[in-house]
Design a protein around this ligand. Structure first.
Ligand code: GTP
Ligand code: SPV
Ligand code: MN
Length: 600
């Protein structure tokens, strides 16, 4: 379902013609059309009528297929080009005038050269296609953290996804018509050729150009490109933070609300954790989702760190989603969902590895080929995704729409580590906590093209998403200490530690509530801990175990074990990473590493 030939014919009167008052926007769209030469320009207003029309067009053009409305009401499947199924870090660039501003963890290109190269590829690239203008907001309207963006794209899939993922259309026109700055995102599929695939950020111009891909994080420009890469750059300039974090609210039976943010790398459990259902032993406790992927935070007037979710939907990992692992997600994606790269059954339903029930006797795999149990390869791509509105989430927190945001009590950093890292520990203080985030290691996943399962440093889960020099990013984090009187506590977690036989040591998912409860109690000064070389650790008796009695004292000992040799190797790997960042690494973090070694 390659949509490179997509062009709209004769939209009904009234659709696609919502011209904005904003002259700068009109001029930029005109210039872009001049360059790309689309057959028509379609101005999206975000209305229901428009959505129905565009869905119909997507079906007619083969961009998506409708699923059986009895099995998956209001839902669609899109199969992307098999060469285009994940983010592409090697083709992602930060284009600043000075190379040093992007730092050694980003690919860099000189802005004028990169613009020239991209515009060369874009010249006449939309002939016979429609250019869609997508005005959108990131963040609830009226929030001091809200940002305005406009994405120009020749992909209907992008339009339909952006409508779910952002506050698209009318609300954005209201902001644009009042004048003011907006992010300019220009996207074209070109011929979906990996050789001509570039995801380029121009933070100094508040602009993005993405070509040659039609997949998720590469093309839904409000998400990773604006909300994280450009966002982190703007945040440092404007005194806020853009982070790869979920946001959740834990409510106790007494009605006490505690807000927690957690940075886990791509495909390492944010969506799942943000909507977990506490086990029966936690009767009366509720976990509600504010965001599942991105948090924007700023020092609030009350001395707390205040956070919003800039998104309005979830672009989440499908495989492994079932009524045991994530019952809320099962309900959430049962309707009004766009599936990307899953398998489809003869009944017009979707299927993926780890779905409830047995595998179908035969189905059509993510590539569009016949598949049966035993066929080589997975039926659903390991990075297959759902796009679903947050309103579908049964655990949605009302605060998700609150322009004021929520005050954060705890920040969690969690990698995917088969060894070394314990289930949970707490930092000694802010500086040590920033060090834990900055040195986080995690195994690579299918969310990015390339090898899977290799441990790499992924500071704050932002390695692929920080829009400037990583050393300066660490300094910015440390500096929050001076701006936030009542700082969140910082914890390290790891749901993914394995036995020598390769089995997960911790049951994870809903059972993570046991860890979360200890964290919340630490925030309120209610739970003890013991001091170790790496930080404060819970003792076994500090957890509630009812319903998980089979998890023995030895199991707990194993999942929390701190092996001095493993940690020495960890410190060596951290040193290599710091060396790569050069003299922009704050001394304070180097000192934290020395202190760890001394304690070990
Ligand atoms: P991105 O959307 O890529 O940023 O990912 P994410 O951090 O939201 O990850 P997600 O929650 O989608 O989880 C990714 C994978 O990890 C899925 O296959 C989950 O089934 C698995 N997973 C999530 N939580 C746990 C857990 O607690 N334990 C184990 N063993 N696996 C988990
Ligand atoms: C991630 O890779 O962290 C994602 C998916 O959340 S994507 O939007 O494709 O980047
Ligand atoms: Mn993500």
């Amino acid at each position: 379902m390659n949509e490179t030939a997509a062009s709209l014919h004769n939209p009904p009167a009234g659709l696609g013609r919502r011209l904005p008052k904003n002259a700068a926007l009109r001029a930029w769209v005109e210039e872009s059309a001049e360059l790309c030469r689309p057959e028509s320009v379609f101005w999206c207003d975000g209305s229901e009528e428009e959505n129905a029309f565009l869905q119909g067009q997507a079906l007619a053009l083969g961009v998506m297929t409708k699923l059986n409305p009895e099995k998956a009401p209001g839902s669609f499947i899109h199969r992307s080009n098999p060469n285009d199924v994940a983010r592409v870090e090697q083709s992602t660039f930060i284009c600043t005038r000075e190379r040093d501003a992007a730092g050694p963890t980003n690919n860099w290109a000189e802005p004028r050269e990169m613009y020239a190269r991209l515009y060369g590829m874009l010249k006449g690239a939309m002939q016979g296609r429609t250019l869609f203008v997508i005005p959108y907001l990131m963040g609830p309207p009226g929030s001091p953290l809200m940002k305005v963006g406009v994405e120009l794209t020749d992909s209907l899939y992008v339009v339909l996804n952006m409508r779910i993922m952002s506050r698209m259309g009318a609300a954005a026109y209201d902001q644009l018509d009042g004048g003011g700055e907006f992010n300019r995102g220009l996207h074209s599929l070109l011929d979906v050729n990996p050789e001509r695939r570039f995801i380029c950020h121009f933070p100094e111009d508040n602009a993005i150009v993405s070509v040659g891909s039609g997949y998720g994080g590469n093309v839904l420009l409000g998400k990773k490109c604006l909300a994280l890469r450009i966002g982190s750059y703007l945040g440092r300039r404007e005194n806020w933070m853009a982070e790869h974090m979920l946001l959740l609210c834990v409510e106790s039976p007494e009605g006490e609300k505690t807000y927690v943010a957690a940075a886990f790398p791509s495909a390492c459990g944010k969506t799942n954790f943000s909507m977990l259902i506490p086990p029966p032993a936690f009767e009366g406790w509720k976990v509600r989702t504010i965001g599942d992927d991105i948090a924007w935070m700023k020092p609030g007037p009350d001395g707390r760190l205040c956070a919003i979710n800039p998104e309005a939907g979830y672009f989440g990992v499908v495989p492994g989603t079932n009524s045991q692992s994530n019952p809320n997600a099962v309900k959430m994606i049962s309707r009004d969902t766009i599936y990307t790269n899953v398998a489809t059954t003869e009944e017009g339903d979707v299927w993926w590895e780890g779905k409830d029930g047995p595998a179908p006797a035969h189905c059509i795999d993510w590539r569009g080929q016949p598949w049966r149990p035993g066929s080589p390869g997975a039926a659903a791509h390991p990075n297959s995704r759902f796009t679903t509105p947050m309103a579908n989430n049964p655990a949605l927190a009302p605060e998700a729409d609150d322009p004021r945001g929520v005050p954060i009590s705890a920040i969690l950093f969690g990698g995917r580590r088969a060894t070394t890292a314990p289930l949970v520990y707490q930092s000694f203080n802010w500086s040590h906590g920033v060090y834990i985030g900055a040195t986080m290691g995690s195994e690579t996943t299918a969310a990015a093209a390339g090898a899977v399962g290799q441990v790499r440093r992924d500071p704050m889960a932002m390695l692929p998403f920080c829009g400037y020099h990583m050393g300066d990013y660490f300094s910015y984090w440390l500096g929050m200490r001076k701006q936030v009187a009542d700082l969140p506590l910082i914890f390290g977690v790891n749901w993914f530690r394995k036995s020598p036989e390769g089995a997960f040591l911790w049951p994870g998912f809903g059972e993570n509530m046991r860890v979360l409860k200890w964290i919340v109690d630490r925030c309120h000064g209610r739970a003890p801990a013991r001091e170790t070389a790496i930080g404060w650790l819970p003792r076994r008796e500090d957890f509630i175990w009812r319903g998980l009695e089979q998890f023995t004292a030895e199991d707990f000992e194993q999942v929390q074990r701190i092996d001095p040799l493993e940690w020495r190797a960890e410190a060596d790997s951290q040193a290599e990473f710091f060396a790569k960042l050069g003299d922009r690494v704050p001394n304070e973090l180097l000192l934290q590493r020395e202190l760890l070694i001394a304690r070990l």
